[in-house]
Design a protein around this ligand. Structure first.
Ligand SMILES: Cc1cc2nc3c(=O)[nH]c(=O)nc-3n(C[C@H](O)[C@H](O)[C@H](O)COP(=O)(O)OP(=O)(O)OC[C@H]3O[C@@H](n4cnc5c(N)ncnc54)[C@H](O)[C@@H]3O)c2cc1C
Ligand SMILES: NC(=O)c1ccc[n+]([C@@H]2O[C@H](COP(=O)([O-])OP(=O)(O)OC[C@H]3O[C@@H](n4cnc5c(N)ncnc54)[C@H](OP(=O)(O)O)[C@@H]3O)[C@@H](O)[C@H]2O)c1
Length: 502
């Protein structure tokens, strides 16, 4: 399908990515139909606060989204009304009481609407901000709330010389009638903006499965954490040393029995030589024993732990992606990346599909560049052309080789080595300027003030030589060595990117 023939667009998700996409597509004034499908009752995505995390999510060590976030069975003969599905869909969010943003507001917000205040705002500020962003762009008119996309399939029978259409199977939960209403809609193009912090991940550890059975309720994931008060006077072990692990361990010092134990697999930039007061660092857990003992890699043992909180992150989930109809999966969980993407945004094999929000880099602001580039492309108004399919596929292959070689995650885009700016510049140049008459959004600039904020305004101060490392610039004191294949291996004490925690 050529861009001129894309007249209807479905956006999956009304978080920050969906908000950026809706604003960009709406601003083109070109599309006949734009719909934003959101399974929650309001826009806001991750930033919606669910005060009560119960019922508890079942912990399944090592389980990935295809194991635990399965597609629903779609009823025959749509449209149809059914009894409500009770299958866990992981809609609730991990927002805890004391959470504040960790990216300076000037860099985190979209370019055309500031946060109410900052630099680090409590969680309700971005939540309200996203809702405001929809209404200030009048894209709230596109919203279909309480509506989950349960299936996304290419329509082969509708393929003509001009291209393919997409069929979405939708399920709206009607809380008043206590029913699920199912129906289908077709679109020329689809933007996936479904986020990737919904399905928690707990790594497999020897004995953990049995431990979960023997001590029910003792092990949880940070997704269910809300307040340190729940842990008053308890002996707590936190696992993980990224943003959740850091925040939760620090908060627990105020309520839990000291020390709070924190199992770290790697250092963060904010770690000094010794743990902060009230915290004891432990290495990775090697075994859980049936008598309740927890054994660590260095042979040390903790007994009588009351609560264990896994802050080991999340995996992206696409239960709606119909792999059979669409020629294969969209995500590779062994390589932890989208299958066949280009610039983390486009798909050479699916030219009418886009994704916003996948890379780990500047969040809201980077979604804006992706969204504007996609809207300009799908309206046929892009300033520069996408390269030929072969070149797009080569990018994917080369990026994967780079990720493997440097032991990096495919969708992590570092700041310190200039990669973020390079990526944003590429999207900026693809998008180009709006029409003289005003249609379209201008991709924002990332001026000196914003870049200064990114580099200097930090929620987690870096002790010791942190400042020196920053002044020295990107990767200058990274401990590297070559392996037998001549690959550069990054040592355990490598200086992490300054935005590694985002
Ligand atoms: C605890 C925590 C703290 C964070 N703190 C920060 C921070 O301080 N600063 C920062 O920049 N980033 C932070 N992030 C990252 C945060 O996820 C991004 O800021 C941003 O909100 C991501 O937006 P998104 O729209 O891509 O995804 P989300 O916010 O996850 O939104 C995706 C939306 O899609 C909906 N959806 C999913 N599947 C379907 C479906 N099948 N049908 C319909 N709707 C669907 C979801 O309900 C959700 O509303 C944090 C993340 C977490 C988990
Ligand atoms: N605004 C805020 O203040 C705030 C607070 C919380 C979360 N967030 C955001 O939420 C998102 C998710 O963050 P997250 O911290 O939940 O997840 P995350 O960033 O993915 O971090 C997962 C952590 O688990 C560790 N880990 C994985 N397997 C382990 C094992 N077997 N033993 C010990 N540690 C292990 C990882 O170690 P390695 O580093 O070695 O892989 C890493 O420290 C991020 O975007 C983050 O910025 C923001």
């Amino acid at each position: 399908m050529t861009a001129q023939q894309i007249k209807s667009v479905a956006i999956i998700g009304a978080g920050a990515s969906g908000a950026a996409a809706a604003a960009a597509f709406g601003a083109e004034g070109y599309f006949d139909k734009i719909r934003v499908f959101e399974r929650r009752e309001t826009p806001g995505g991750t930033w919606i606060y669910d005060g009560d995390p119960r019922p508890a999510l079942k912990i399944v060590p090592g389980a990935l989204p295809p194991d635990i976030d399965r597609p629903l069975t779609i009823p025959d003969g749509l449209p149809k009304t059914t009894t409500p599905s009770s299958q866990e869909r992981f809609e609730r969010t991990p927002i805890y009481d004391e959470l504040t943003t960790n990216v300076p507001a000037i860099a985190m917000s979209f370019s055309d609407l500031p946060f109410a205040y900052g630099p680090f705002a409590p969680h309700w500020v971005p939540r309200q901000y996203i809702a405001n962003y929809f209404s200030s762009h009048r894209t709230d008119l596109f919203l279909a709330l309480n509506t989950t996309v349960e299936d996304l399939s290419k329509l082969p029978t509708k393929t003509t010389s001009s291209g393919t259409r997409w069929k979405l199977v939708l399920r709206r939960h009607d809380a008043v009638r206590r029913v699920d209403v199912w129906w289908e809609e077709e679109f020329d193009a689809v933007i996936i903006a479904n986020g990737h912090y919904s399905v928690p991940y707990v790594p497999p550890v020897t004995g953990l499965g049995e431990y979960l059975d023997l001590f029910p309720g003792k092990v949880s994931h940070s997704k269910a954490y809300r307040t340190p008060e729940e842990y008053r006077d308890k002996r707590v072990l936190v696992i993980g040393n990224s943003a959740s692990g850091h925040d939760i361990t620090t908060a627990l010092v105020k309520a839990a029995r000291l020390p709070v134990y924190q199992s770290r697999r790697s250092r963060s930039r904010w770690d000094g030589a010794n743990p902060p007061e009230g915290i004891e660092w432990k290495p990775v857990i090697s075994e859980y024993r049936s008598n309740g003992d927890i054994v660590f890699d260095d042979g040390s043992i903790l007994s009588s732990i009351d609560a264990i909180i896994y802050c080991t992150g999340y995996h992206a989930s696409f239960p709606f992606w119909n792999a059979e109809a669409n020629g294969g999966p969209i995500f590779d969980y062994t390589q932890n990346r989208l299958v066949g993407s280009y610039q983390h945004t486009f798909f050479p094999d699916h030219p009418t599909l886009g994704v916003v929000g996948m890379p780990r880099t500047l969040t809201f602001r980077s979604f804006e560049y992706q969204a504007i580039a996609l809207a300009r492309l799908f309206s046929g108004r892009n300033a520069t052309a996408l390269p030929p399919q072969e070149e797009q596929k080569r990018w994917d292959k080369e990026r994967w080789e780079l990720a493997r070689r440097e032991h990096r995650k495919f969708h992590d885009i570092p700041w310190d080595n200039g990669e973020t700016m390079e990526w944003l510049r590429w999207l900026y140049e693809l998008a180009g300027l709006p029409e003289l008459e005003g249609a379209g959004r201008t991709p924002p600039i990332l001026d000196r003030e914003v870049r200064w904020a990114i580099e200097h305004v930090r929620k987690y101060p870096e002790p010791g030589d942190g400042e020196k490392r920053l002044k020295q610039g990107a990767g200058t004191d990274v401990d590297t060595k070559e392996d037998d294949n001549g690959w550069v291996l990054v040592g355990s004490e490598a200086v992490r990117d300054r935005l590694h925690f985002i």
